[in-house]
Write a protein of this length. Sequence first.
Length: 368
Amino acid sequence: MKKLPVFTLGVEEEYQIIDPETRELRSHLSKIVDGAKVFLNEQVKPEMHQSVVEVGTNICKNVAEAKAEISTLRKKIVELAHDQKLIVGAAGTHPFSRWQDQPITDDPRYHHIVNEMQDAARSNLIFGMHCHVGIENREVGLQLMNQACYFLPHIFALSTNSPFWEGRNTGYKSFRTKVFDKFPRTGLPEYFDSVQSYDNYLDTLVKTKCIDNPKKIWWDLRLHPFYDTIEFRICDMALTVDETMCIVAIIQAVVAKLYKLTMQNLSFNIYRIALIRENKFRAARYGIEGNMIDFGLKEEVETRSLIMELLEFIEDVVDELGSREQINYVHTILKEGTGADKQLAVFSKDQDLIQVVDYITGEFTKGL
């Protein structure tokens, strides 16, 4: 059997900068980003809200490399925050901070977005993990994107980590996605039959001034307009590095497996986005605790058993990718619950959201 190509990885994480006294989100006045420039170049960036820091790895050859980089980035951000008497956490939303109290970063790009989107932008106080997987060309990338859509709810369910919003238990395992839905050009991607039709769509939006550049397509999965990657954007920010890397490893393995099938002239079934949307809703609402639809059987199946099926599907590429250890962490997530389950467990003890924030910040460097 022909060897798989190298499916390079790039991982982006968005962190919460928190006041250690009040446990509210707090602006770092770009000092963390400025401090990081000295030894991390462009790997640390501001985000639209001043209490958010985004980090990104370099291009990594495998999951182990990406894990080493994310671990270093988390440690450095904690050090830089500590110098400013601040602490750091990772979750899809902050349990109680209000977006109305959070200043916007002074940058023309963000002013433009706020001017266009108004309160939809100001209230977009959410934190995600994005994973780029390198592909050899955009035609193959588009085929893989169309096929990978089916697996997005399964991957998303494992990442759910935003049950609280502005001091309320929302009833969702991921409320982050509900907040982001207010933006245009979000959610599951459309099906495209060719790169030409995809590029025509982007060109039309740019020409008609809907967007000023193609990066303003914020779908859950997109063929990147500038890099040879497909970018998975559906996941909540994970509490720990182990959770992040488990999800990254699954994403990489799904792409590798679909590529392998494509090269054998086999194609994974492409299901209607309207159907996949039902599973995405269930993942946001129930995480790994509910049921999803098995479209082949046309019946409800426990989400946990569909995730086990997903592990069987990718089994024959995992060792070649060298990600067995990270993939196996799924069993820990299934046993201990997702970030949302853990946050809710802390909250159930005393109904105290301060304790939830302390839990989130305490988990940030776990295992490093």
